[in-house]
Structure formats: structure tokens, C-alpha cells
Design a protein around this ligand. Structure first.
Ligand code: ADP
Length: 883
């Protein structure tokens, strides 16, 4: 602001008119054009400030009603840029310093009033600079605020690349805030691999060319990269030296992506095998893809663009369609296209209208498919249909078709071998002509279903009996289906018929065998059950039900039911075992009691086995047999046995009781006949003597028999105890041999005895030992003819004494070797007469041995001899209490 051009507005605060006058003159004479306003009071001063709007205030310092300090304060709040000069008479240094500190621009002593114009000029100049600076400052601040808030990244660096400013946009794009970014090198927004590029392609050329535009890859704080568009330039200071670089960055990744997508779409359209063409509102082609060129035989797009689409088709009707329909609403149709060379080909054309945002049509698009191939395929298809027809003609299955009045409209030649009709005879005949009433009724049911709701009727397979030309029945399997038109209405029936005579035979065989099994089960009165463990389904045959007195299927069988009707004891004891076997897959066989309908317990033998059937399900299958009768018999037998045992015991008791009664008379018989023989009473004739001898012998035999019987009875009634003593077996053997010497000598039989040295003493019942030995030796002598040999051998085997008696006698046939130990068994009746005896000896031997833990066995060869061997323990260990 130049003072010369303008009138300077001066507000004076002065109470001394002479001083004021002087000041004005001085100012005037200095050439300053001015206008003045005088205020003597605060009121006047304020009015002056607001109305007069002074460029400068010149104030006396000490005033009667007002004072300079106060005026300064007001001025500063009003507008701090307005210069405030103090014009004072009193040169009080203190006051002046205070005023200057408070913000006065200058001070002039009245005695040096000459300086006033200069002071005014200086102050105004200062104010102007200040004002000017303030404006720059404000606009700078304004600009920097714009930059600061800009959504675009603006970054400045010094010439070294150190970041000196970083706006909000930069923070947004790069993720660093200003505090993080300032002072860092600009390379933080570049990838490490791009640093060389930063130097070579950005900073260096920028310094040389002052500015640069470039698309580069940039990096965010989080490491993500993006494509940025950079605008960079170099800024210079007042001396025109490069002071820094400023950059403006835009993230254009998205834009690039959209561009790329568009490019891809363009390419896709361009490369599509379908032809695509765009036609504008004037009916001119403005785009075609390569496929269109290829289809129509053009080389360059230019040949086609601008042409009319109807010219690409042959038939006049096609042209009209394209002209009228395509621009209106689009359409789809098969058409005959005309190539550049005039040749034609079939195409499938589909057009659709393209609209702008306001939904106004702006163009239409045609997509074009060359359907030459399809046409060829269709032809091939027709051929293959023909082939199928041929196949149908030649198959063994009969293929047929009927109208919905059930009159045959087609049948293949297979009908002839099957039913004896020629196709000509068959076609035109009615369905009802070929089956009996039952079959027809059944078929009518299916057909009705099919015709009423063809959609729900996928077809049906059933068996029937067709009548051949001779009226004989032929078992057939028919597969039938309803044929519908496009809207789903039935128009015909078609299907196949197969001769299943063979299957029927096979099926019959199967059924027969099933029936046979069933019959066998019925005859055998075997119940049958089948338990599907997976589904807990139980099959229970009718015999199974009957077995328990129920009607067939009187209740559904299940595992729970099975348990329910089982005897509680068996349920507890046996059911877990059955389940266990089933689970393990083991076969089982149990006897259980089941409650019958009448409440009786039926004994059932339940056998079963587990296996997995062809569906992989675990199944248990088995039979049930009513064994109540057997159980009853068993029970009766048990009772009978107990009764027999009882009777036997009674007999034994009887015998024991009769001991005395039997022996007493016998003793008389023996005793007195002995006496008669011994006394040699003279009156007896030879004949009488012979008779007495017979009586005596018979008496002894009877006594022996009775003794044996009594012993046996005693043993059986457990009445016979053992008396253990220690003895030398050798001595007993000697005694027995002594006792039988008479018989041996009589038959001139050699008796050998061999007692092994190792035998000293044994502990056993000596009487029984003697009895055993005696019986065996006596038998050996008895059954050995004259001049034979009997050998007795005794030795130790383990803890037993083993004694064998071998003879060279008649021997025992194999079949008799076991029997001879049974009571009253004698091998040969004639022998008995020859050898005597009652058949009780070996029985007693065996019993005596048994009592002492001994055994006996026999080896023999008929007519060669026998060897009886027995063993008893050398001491009766473990029998302590019995001793
Ligand atoms: P018995 O009193 O008849 O001898 P045993 O019980 O002693 O009764 O013998 C039964 C039968 O065994 C005899 O009748 C005889 O047939 C046959 N037997 C026993 N010992 C011999 C033997 N050493 N040689 C041939 N047969 C014998």
C-alpha cells in the first residue's frame, strides 16, 4: 500500500490544540496526505476507531480524561495491525518502556516533533509488510490445510529423499501416519526390490527433468502392494536452488483391475466361438467378433462394419424377421445364413436389446451359432434311430406299442417265435384278445394308473400269461410305460414282453425245494426261526407257534417276547449264553422251557447258528424241537433207576439178613456129611459113600456160592469195610499156591511162581488180596487142560504191586473179555458143566480191587491161554480215615 496514492487516516488523541496543530503541520510538510480525527475522551476514541477506521493512531500519553495506555489496549484488541504512536511531552523512560512493551509501535517526544513524519512512515510501512505477510501466511495456512486434508497423497521430501511433509491422503494410502513418516527416507513406500528402480528411474530423472509421471508399484505399511500413479516435481527456493521434491500419488490398482476385467471380457467376446454382433439403432453393424468373420468368410472387420445385418441372410423371410423383430424385442430362430461367397449354412440366431441407464434401447446384440454340425448330428441320430429300429426288429424280446384304446400299433418280429403271431396279424389287435380275464383286469388297473397320472408312473413290471396263437398260456414278463406328449398327456403305451417259461421252471424248482424243506420241517416237527439282529426282526415259523399251542402268528415274535415266555430260570441261566453265542457267532444248542398258551412248560431244544447274510446283516437262524416227551421219559427212567437201586438195596439187605439162616442149615449138611466121610462108618455101602461125597461137594459149592453172593451183596450195599495190614505178598502167593496144590496135582499142571526181589512189604487188605489171587489161580487151573502150566509173577510198577496169573488154557474170545467181569457170566454153558462155578468170582475180584484203588485186565488168545493181571497200590495213601 503506497502512502502517496492514498489519504492516510490519522486518529489523534490530544487535549492540547497547539500540540495537535503543530503535529498536523509537521506531517503535512513532510508530504503525507492525510485526514484526521481527534478524540479527547474514550468515547470519542472508540467512535473514531469504528467510524473513522484509522490507518494509524497518534496518542498523547497523559490526558486528563483518558490515558495513552488504555487507548493502546483498545487499539490492539480492535486491530493489532493498526500502528500506535505515542507523542509525549514528558520523557519518562519508564512510561515509554511500558508502552513499547505493551505493543506501541514507536514514541516521539514533543520536543523532537520533527521525527514524527518519519515515525509515521516507518510505522505504516511496517504495518503494510505485516499485513502483506499476514495475507501470505493466511493463504499458505489455507493451502497447507487443503493439502493436509486432501484425500490424495501429497508428500514432500528434501533433495536427499527424506520426508518433510506427509498429508492425510498419504496416511490413508500408505498406512503410516505423519509422525511415523516424517524424517524417514521415501524408500519406505517402495519394495526392497524396487530401490534400484527408485533411484535410476525416479529420483535421477526427476532431478534432471524437474518433473516426472510414472506408474509404479508401491508398498503400504502393512506390506500390501498396489499400483500408484505418481506425479513428481522439484521445488526451488527463492534463490532458485532445488530445495525439495513433491509427489502426488493415486492408488490406481482398482482402476487397473476394472480395465483388465473389461479387457478380459472384450477378449472373451472377441474369442468366443459363438458369433457376436452389435447393431445400432440405425440398423448398422458396429461390432463383430472374430467368429462372425470366420463364419461368414470375411477377412477384416472393416468389410463388415457399417453393413446391414439382413444382408447376411439368405431367405427373404429371414431378412424381414431381422428387420422387424430384432430392433423391437429380440427373437430366437434357426436361419439360413449367406456367406461372402454366396454359399449358405444353418445358424441359430438369438438377438436381445441393449438398453442404456435410462432403459432406452441403444442397440441390439446378436449371438450366432453355426449349427451345421448339429444338423449333421441330427441326421446321424436319425440313422441311429433306424439302427435301433433294426435292433428292435431282431431282439428276442417282444417290443410293442399301443394307442390309448389299447390297440397295438407296433410290434417287432419277436412276437412270432414267442406267441406264433406275425407282426401283421398282431398290429391292429386288441390287448384283451391276448390274455385271460384275470390278467386283463390286473393290467387294466396298472394302465388306468398310468394314464391318469403319467407323471407319477415311471413304468411297471409284472408277470402274466399271454395266449399264443393256439390259445396256450405262455408265461411272460411285461414292462410297460406310458408315452406322453410335451404337455404330459398320455398318447400311447409301449414296452417289452419277455418269454419267461425258463424262469418259471427255475422258480418252480426253487419253490419246490423251499416247499420240500418246509415239508421236511413240518414232518420232523421242527420249528424254524430267523432273527435279524440288525433290525431285531424275528421270523417264527408256524410250527414254532403250534409247538407252544398258539395259532400261526398269534403274536409278533421278538427277542423280548421270546424272553417273556421263557422259564424264569432259563431266562436267567441260558438266555445270556444264547445271546453270547449269537454275538460271538458260535453255534449253540440249549434245552429250555417255554410257556405254552395253556400255561404248561414245554421243553424245547433250541439250536442255532449266526451268520451274516448277503446284505451283510447279522442273522441267527435255528430250529426248535419239542422234547417234552423225551424229558418226561428221561425223568421216568431216572425214577425207575432209583427204584431199581432201591430194590437192589432191599435184596442186598435181605441177603445180609439171611446170612445166618442160609448158612446154618448148610453147615449141618456139610458138617454131618464130613463126619460121615471122615468117620468111615462101616455100615455104608460104596454106593452110599459116593452119594454122601456128592452131598458134601454140593454143600461146599453152595456155601462158596452163598459166601460169594453175600460178599457181593455186602459190597453193593457198601457194608464191607477194608482191613489194612502190612504183609509180604510173596508169602500170600505161596499160601494160595499151597491151597490149590491138590487141584494142580490132579491135573498135572506145573505151577511157577516168580516174585521179584524188590517186593518186601505192602499195606493192603490181606484177606482180599488172598481172595483175589485165589480166584485167579483157581480159574487158571480150572480152565487149563491137563499137563498145562500156570505162572504167577509179582513185581512193582510205579507205586503199585502188579501180579499176573498166566495159564496155557482155553483162552477167552475177544468178545467175552469184558463180559466175564459181570455177575453170573460164564462164557460157555458147556464149560460150566465141565468146570463148575457160578460166574461170581471175577465180579468179586473186580470189586475188591476197586475198593483198594486197584485195577484188573486180561490178555488172552483162544486155545492158547489167558493172562490176568491186577494192580493195587503198595500203600493206601490218601485213604487215611478208612484205615
Ligand atoms: P466161575 O465161577 O464161572 O469161574 P468167574 O467169574 O470166576 O466165574 O469166571 C467167569 C467166567 O470167565 C468163567 O465161567 C470162564 O468162562 C471165564 N474165565 C475165567 N477165568 C478164565 C481163564 N483163566 N481161562 C479161561 N476162561 C476163564
Amino acid at each position: 500500500m503506497m502512502m502517496q496514492d492514498q489519504v492516510l487516516k490519522i486518529l489523534f488523541i490530544e487535549d492540547m490544540p497547539e500540540d495537535l496543530e503543530l503535529a498536523k503541520r509537521k506531517i503535512q510538510s513532510s508530504g503525507i496526505t492525510f485526514e484526521s480525527y481527534l478524540a479527547e475522551t474514550e468515547d470519542e476514541f472508540l467512535r473514531g476507531l469504528y467510524d473513522f477506521k484509522p490507518d494509524i493512531v497518534i496518542s498523547d500519553y497523559i490526558l486528563p480524561e483518558f490515558d495513552g495506555m488504555r487507548a493502546l489496549e483498545i487499539t490492539l484488541t480492535y486491530d493489532a495491525t493498526v500502528p500506535f504512536l505515542i507523542l509525549t511531552g514528558a520523557a519518562n523512560e519508564e512510561i515509554i518502556t511500558d508502552a513499547m512493551k505493551a505493543g506501541a509501535s514507536d514514541y516521539i517526544l514533543k520536543e523532537r516533533i520533527n521525527r514524527l513524519p518519519f515515525a509515521i512512515k516507518e510505522a505504516v510501512k511496517k504495518r503494510d509488510t505485516l499485513l502483506e505477510n499476514k495475507q501470505t501466511f493466511d493463504s499458505l495456512r489455507f493451502l497447507s490445510q487443503i493439502i493436509e486434508q486432501s484425500p490424495y497423497s501429497v508428500i514432500s521430501t528434501d533433495m536427499e529423499g527424506i520426508i518433510t511433509s506427509w498429508n492425510n491422503g498419504a496416511e490413508k494410502i500408505f498406512g503410516y501416519n505423519a509422525r511415523e513418516a516424517l524424517g524417514q527416507h521415501i524408500s519406505i513406500v517402495y519394495l526392497d526390490s524396487d530401490l534400484q528402480m527408485l533411484n535410476d528411474e525416479i529420483i535421477s530423472p526427476l532431478i534432471t527433468n524437474e518433473q516426472l509421471h510414472k506408474k509404479v508399484r508401491l508398498k503400504r505399511k502393512d506390506g500390501k502392494t498396489f499400483i500408484g500413479s505418481l506425479s513428481l516435481w522439484v521445488v526451488r527456493d527463492r534463490t532458485n536452488r532445488p530445495a525439495g521434491m513433491v509427489g502426488y500419488t493415486l492408488d490406481i490398482s482398482k482402476a487397473i483391475k476394472v480395465e483388465e476385467e473389461l479387457k478380459i471380457k472384450d477378449q472373451a467376446i472377441e474369442c468366443s466361438v459363438d458369433g457376436i454382433a452389435l447393431v445400432d439403432r440405425d440398423g448398422r453393424i458396429y461390432y463383430v467378433n472374430k467368429a462372425v468373420l470366420k463364419m461368414w468368410g470375411f477377412d477384416k472387420k472393416e468389410e463388415v462394419l457399417g453393413m446391414r445385418p439382413e444382408d447376411f441372410f439368405d431367405a427373404e423371410s429371414n431378412r424381414r424377421e431381422i428387420l422387424e423383430m430384432a430392433p423391437q424385442h429380440g427373437f430366437k430362430a434357426e436361419m439360413l445364413a449367406k456367406r461372402k461367397d454366396g454359399s449358405t449354412f444353418p445358424i441359430w440366431l438369438s438377438t436381445s436389446i441393449i438398453r442404456n441407464k435410462e432403459n432406452e434401447p441403444i442397440a441390439y446384440m446378436s449371438s450366432l451359432i453355426d449349427i451345421t454340425e448339429r444338423k449333421i448330428a441330427e441326421k446321424a441320430m436319425k440313422k441311429s434311430e433306424e439302427l435301433y429300429r433294426l435292433l428292435a426288429e431282431n431282439t428276442l424280446d417282444c417290443i410293442w406299442m399301443m394307442d390309448i384304446d389299447l390297440v397295438f400299433t407296433y410290434v417287432n418280429p419277436a412276437i412270432y417265435p414267442m406267441l406264433g403271431f406275425t407282426p401283421e396279424e398282431w398290429i391292429g389287435s386288441r390287448l384283451v384278445d391276448h390274455f385271460e380275464e384275470d390278467d386283463i383286469n390286473r393290467m387294466m388297473g396298472y394302465i388306468q394308473m398310468g394314464i391318469e397320472k403319467p407323471a407319477d408312473f415311471p413304468g411297471i413290471r409284472f408277470q402274466a400269461e399271454a395266449l399264443n396263437k393256439n390259445g396256450e398260456k405262455v408265461p411272460v414278463e411285461i414292462i410297460g410305460k406310458v408315452l406322453t406328449d410335451d404337455s404330459g398327456n398320455p398318447i400311447a403305451l409301449h414296452g417289452t414282453t419277455r418269454d419267461i417259461t425258463k424262469n418259471v421252471v427255475a422258480e418252480k424248482a426253487m419253490k419246490d425245494s423251499e416247499e420240500r424243506l418246509e415239508l421236511a420241517m413240518t414232518v420232523a416237527e421242527h420249528g424254524f426261526w430267523d432273527w435279524d439282529l440288525e433290525n431285531n426282526e424275528f421270523y417264527f415259523s408256524s410250527i414254532s407257534y403250534k409247538m407252544l399251542g398258539y395259532e400261526d402268528n398269534e403274536f409278533p415274535m421278538s427277542l423280548e417276547k421270546w424272553e417273556e415266555i421263557m422259564h424264569p430260570d432259563d431266562r436267567k441261566e441260558i438266555m445270556p449264553k444264547i445271546i453270547g453265542s449269537v454275538k460271538k457267532g458260535d453255534p449253540f444248542n440249549f434245552e429250555i422251557r417255554m410257556s405254552s398258551k395253556s400255561g404248561d412248560w414245554i421243553w424245547i431244544q433250541a439250536k442255532g447258528a449266526t451268520f451274516s447274510d448277503n446284505k451283510g446283516n447279522n442273522r441267527a437262524i435255528g430250529t426248535l424241537v419239542d422234547i417234552t416227551e423225551r424229558k418226561r421219559t428221561e425223568e421216568q427212567m431216572l425214577l425207575a433207576r432209583i427204584a431199581a437201586e432201591d430194590a437192589n438195596r432191599c435184596k442186598n439187605e435181605l441177603l445180609a439178613n439171611m446170612n445166618h439162616e442160609l448158612r446154618t442149615p448148610l453147615n449141618s449138611v456139610i458138617g454131618y456129611s464130613d463126619v460121615l466121610i471122615d468117620l468111615n462108618i462101616g455100615d455104608l455101602t460104596t454106593e452110599q459113600r459116593k452119594y454122601i461125597q456128592i452131598i458134601n461137594n454140593a454143600g461146599y459149592k453152595l456155601l462158596n456160592l452163598i459166601n460169594n453172593m453175600l460178599d457181593l451183596a455186602q459190597i453193593e450195599s457198601d457194608g464191607m469195610g477194608l482191613r489194612f495190614t502190612s504183609f509180604e505178598p510173596g508169602k500170600i502167593i505161596e499160601k494160595v499156591v499151597d491151597g490149590t496144590r491138590l487141584l494142580a496135582r490132579k491135573k498135572r499142571i506145573t505151577v511157577n511162581v516168580h516174585v521179584h526181589d524188590e517186593i518186601a512189604e505192602i499195606t493192603a487188605d490181606v484177606d482180599k488180596f488172598r481172595e483175589i489171587l485165589y480166584n485167579l489161580v483157581e480159574n487158571a487151573l480150572k480152565f487149563t487142560p491137563k499137563n498145562g502150566t500156570v505162572s504167577i509173577e509179582a513185581g512193582i510198577r510205579d507205586d503199585d504191586i502188579q501180579v499176573s496169573v498166566t495159564d496155557t488154557g482155553i483162552g477167552i474170545a475177544e468178545k467175552d473179555r469184558e463180559r466175564i467181569f459181570d455177575p453170573f457170566v460164564q462164557v460157555d454153558g458147556s464149560n460150566t458143566r465141565r468146570f463148575g462155578g457160578a460166574g461170581l468170582g471175577l465180579v468179586l475180584v473186580k470189586e475188591y480191587l476197586k475198593m483198594q484203588n486197584g485195577t484188573i485186565w486180561v490178555e488172552s488168545e483162544t486155545d492158547k491161554g489167558s493172562k490176568f493181571t491186577f494192580r493195587i497200590p503198595i500203600s493206601p495213601l490218601g485213604r487215611g480215615n478208612d484205615i
